[in-house]
Design a protein around this ligand. Sequence first.
Ligand code: FES
Ligand code: FES
Length: 176
Amino acid sequence: MTDDDKRVAVTIRINGRPVRREVPADLALIDLLQEDLGLTGTKLCCGIGVCRACTVAVAQQPGALPQPLLACSTPAALLDGQDVTTVEGLAEAGQLSRLQQAFLDHFAFQCGYCTPGFLMAATMLLQRLQAAPVARERLDAAIADACGAHVCRCTGYERYYAAIRSVVLSQEGLVR
Ligand code: FES
Ligand code: FES
């Protein structure tokens, strides 16, 4: 058996549901999401860890603050026992999240290919701000820190940032 044939048993909670699989050791998380689970919201673009279209949120243990992770370049085998949230996990009972609604209201995207990555980054920013509010004058920098590495070929970013800013400022306790 070669390394390429090696399979690894993993259990990953994906959008709150435990998923148990034996996966090839080098299977990228995005392939598990898209090909096996039919979760096609997470987008493959560059495939080499540059554009961040494939961003998902990963918490190493229950209750931990999720961190961004690039599904195109992370083997699913490394995520055994961890919690993964994809863009499909953001709406609840058919109700869009506040960020999803704000992206629509601000006409933040055109083709939408980068949108799931921006949504995940902005969602994790809100979670960080709930834990540690930022000074009002630091908000734009915090948004840029969270989303500045994401590539959008269509819109020039301003409307995404305006949408995120509006959600942060409309919620109690995220800025001080
Ligand atoms: S698809 Fe570009 S970073 Fe993953
Ligand atoms: S909306 Fe088209 S790439 Fe961002």
